[in-house]
Design a protein around this ligand. Structure first.
Ligand code: FUL
Length: 746
């Protein structure tokens, strides 16, 4: 134990500075604290800073960057959500190379991989004793293949941990005549696992639970997964449900008991251990607290709600809590558009810059980064995905592998790379100063609190550099928690200072490092107006950190040029230079920023629909105040058309102004309130605006969790001047339709 640790344990928490902070009374650390009606605000704050991760949660935090794998029938049908009625034979996997997956994940610096062993369609990727709806009924290795088995072996070989995603929603069990989901079976005492002749378990543990048929099925499958593969380090329960039936309930108490016994090292996602960050786009909160207020004791909770509010754990929220519980966030997103592989031509792959940016915001924002890489129909990661994973790994190593404070003078416990030692700051003057041997050029600062022993305390902090004989603030942020990465324009100095501006108790810091990430040309995005003019602009969010009101973007503008192409080819330094919005009739636009010192940024691409200037609405089912139908065609995704709440079948008919040969159409859902998204529909065409015929049906899965623009590619070109989009199913059983934007692509 170092001196600082000894000091805290002897003194407990001391005195008050600046802002309300808790005093010396010492209480034990716990994973959950109940708030008593007699607790005053100071008592509550004291409890808040004594809420710490369990050993499993702490290990999971330390993994930082982990992988998700979505593969299943959807890989072959190109759907986001299956329907449970797929013939297993469509899962036409011929080759499988889990070593190739693991090599790439390892190169990226990932520590764990979670496989969708059963997605919502109910198809299982392992040799389960309890169903035939899965890999055993496919031609893959003559029905003997087992993806989880292959992956377990590859994980061992590459030193990766393993996790399983077992979807509670199960469309096969919902839709089949003798399906178990919601079959209203009786709750009776059942022994888990149920023995199956000829396939005994080596693990002889037995459980007795009072459950119904579907819970028994689910528990039997969990038993197989947790005893015959692994060791399993994460069990992932998705809250998404394309459908439910018969009021089916989940006996989470039984699931929890079985998991705790059979996979004692596992964290449980979607339940008490790990929560969803609230979106699937890789967005992060600027303040992510992991000490979360609850109304009921999470230890006995059956249903955990998705927590999507921007503020989950501020002091204000904490003071109203009935329970305070440590529940860390996982930032889950996909490297590709969608969770499943579709193709290598139209399905966009995130660039290295983009993935690295999400890495810094999520890992450096007190959360874990869970990145999905969907294998292709050849059972491999596609080359582009592999390239990005390798590049991200190198970027992380180059930036964070080198601590530029190494050898500096300053608090030893924060410089020793050891999460277990820490420095207790002074209450009067809560700051840390580091003096490097010689001046260093930096643009990243990393701070970690001693969360496993002393909880989350810091609410606001700033970092200064000693420049021209005085301190100059170079960055500031709110909380810290497990890890905060601060990004700022580069500075060169030999003296840096961390100032804690607000804290719930005496700040206790375990690690501090500084780094330099070479500047990169910015990522680009396209903004398109009704008349077809396309503006190419740097992505704001990446540079949205303006520590002193300096516009970093403006600085950058002088250092790079944007080049673009309109014919689908890769833009290079020889391609036209972008200076002002360009007239684009439709088709593919690609653009890249190249810096004066020849660094090439990530290529951005977008398929632009035909210009909307000539379009006229000839008919629409209804529209409500302020949400007129024309807002679906105004090229502004922030405004939207909304119909009356009178049924799932809603339509809009448009005169495109001339005949087109269309290859695809896109639907952009509104993001304001998640209401009325178009899950299914039909495209109708006409050449006179009067006589219509059905052209093609379409379906968009998973819109509620991922309300992003979706594209449906027509099976063959559609020739039309008049076109109708008609909904046939609305998300969440809704009866009104909303459309932020419609696009048609030539
Ligand atoms: C969502 C699911 O519906 C998606 O298909 C995907 O599995 C994602 C990770 O969670 O809610």
């Amino acid at each position: 134990m170092n001196k600082s640790i000894l000091l805290t344990s002897m003194l407990g928490l001391v005195s008050i500075y600046g802002h309300a902070q808790v005093n010396s009374k010492k209480i034990p650390v716990k994973n959950t604290y109940e708030i008593k009606s007699t607790d005053n605000p100071e008592d509550i704050l004291r409890k808040a800073v004594h809420v710490v991760p369990t050993a499993n949660q702490y290990q999971a935090l330390k993994n930082e960057f982990i992988a998700f794998i979505h593969i299943g029938p959807n890989t072959f049908t190109k759907m986001e959500w299956g329907n449970g009625l797929e013939d297993p034979k469509i899962f036409d996997l011929k080759n499988l190379d889990t070593d190739q997956w693991c090599e790439a994940m390892k190169a990226a610096g990932m520590k764990k991989v979670i496989l969708t062993v059963k997605h919502h369609d109910g198809f299982v990727l392992w040799q389960s004793r309890y169903t035939k709806h899965g890999i055993m009924s496919t031609g893959f290795r003559e029905g003997k293949g087992d993806i989880l088995k292959d992956l377990t072996a590859s994980c061992k070989k590459y030193g990766l941990k393993l996790g399983v995603y077992l979807s509670p929603a199960d469309l096969f069990q919902i839709e089949s005549a003798d399906g178990l989901y919601g079959n209203l079976s009786e709750y009776t005492q059942r022994t888990i696992p149920r023995e199956v002749a000829g396939r005994p378990f080596k693990n002889k543990t037995k459980f007795n639970f009072k459950v119904d048929d579907y819970n028994e099925y689910f528990l039997n499958q969990l038993f197989e997964l947790l005893t015959e593969y692994g060791p399993v380090h994460e069990v992932w329960f998705d809250g998404a449900h394309p459908k439910t039936k018969g009021g089916q309930k989940y006996n989470y108490d039984a699931w929890r008991e079985l998991i705790k016994k059979l996979a004692p090292e596992a964290v449980i996602f979607g339940k008490e251990d790990i929560r969803w960050c609230g979106n699937e786009s890789g967005n992060t909160r600027s303040t992510e607290w992991n000490v979360i207020p609850y109304n009921d004791d999470p230890a006995g909770l059956q249903n955990f709600l998705d927590l999507t509010d921007e503020d989950l754990g501020s002091r204000e929220k904490v003071l109203k809590a009935k329970y305070l519980h440590y529940q860390q966030a996982e930032t889950n997103t996909s490297i590709r558009e969608g969770w499943f592989y579709r193709d290598d031509t139209h399905q966009k792959v995130r660039s290295t810059d983009d993935v690295f940016d999400i890495y810094e915001r999520s890992v450096g924002g007190n959360s874990t980064f869970l990145l999905n890489i969907p294998p292709n129909r050849d059972g491999k990661f596609s080359p582009e995905d592999v390239k990005v994973l390798h590049e991200v790994g190198s970027r992380i190593k180059e930036t964070y592998g080198q601590n530029l404070l190494r050898g500096a003078k300053g608090s030893k416990e924060t410089l020793d790379d050891n999460m277990e030692s820490f420095s207790v700051l002074s209450d009067k003057n809560p700051e840390l100063i580091y003096t490097t041997v010689k001046p260093v050029k930096i643009n990243r600062f990393v701070i970690q609190e001693a969360v496993s022993t002393n909880g989350e305390r810091i609410e606001k902090h700033a970092v200064d550099a000693w420049i021209d004989g005085q301190w100059k603030e170079i960055a500031h942020a709110t909380n810290v928690g497990y890890k905060r990465i601060l990004r700022f324009p580069e500075v060169t100095s030999d003296k840096f200072r961390i100032r804690i501006l607000e804290s719930r108790a005496t700040p206790i810091i375990s690690n501090v490092t500084a780094h330099y990430a070479p500047g990169r040309p910015p990522q680009l995005v396209f903004n398109r107006s009704v008349d077809g003019m396309v503006a190419i602009v740097p992505l704001k969010s990446e540079f949205g950190w303006k520590p002193h009101g300096e516009d970093i973007l403006k600085n950058l503008n002088t250092n790079f040029k944007i080049h673009y192409t309109l014919d689908g080819s890769q833009p290079t330094a020889q391609s036209p230079v972008y200076t002002q919005p360009i007239a684009v009739k439709g088709g593919q636009v690609k653009a890249v920023a190249i810096s004066t010192d020849k660094l090439v940024g990530a290529v951005a691409e977008e398929t632009i629909g035909i210009a909307k200037k000539q379009w006229k609405i000839i008919d629409n089912s209804s529209e409500v105040d302020k949400h007129g139908a024309k807002l679906a065609l105004d090229a502004d995704p922030k405004t939207y058309w909304q119909t009356n709440e009178n049924g799932v079948v809603q339509h809009i008919s448009i005169d495109l102004g001339q005949q087109y040969s269309l290859t695809a159409f896109s639907y952009t859902p509104q993001k304001e309130n998640g209401k009325g998204m178009m899950a299914k529909g039909v495209i109708k065409v006409s050449n006179d605006g009067k006589n219509w015929s059905d052209a093609e049906r379409f379906e968009f899965g998973n819109l509620i969790n991922d309300p992003t623009k979706r594209t449906h590619r027509f099976s063959k070109n559609i020739q039309a001047r008049y076109i109708t989009v008609e909904s046939t199913e609305i998300t969440g059983g809704g009866k009104l339709l909303t459309v932020a934007e419609l696009d048609f692509i030539e």
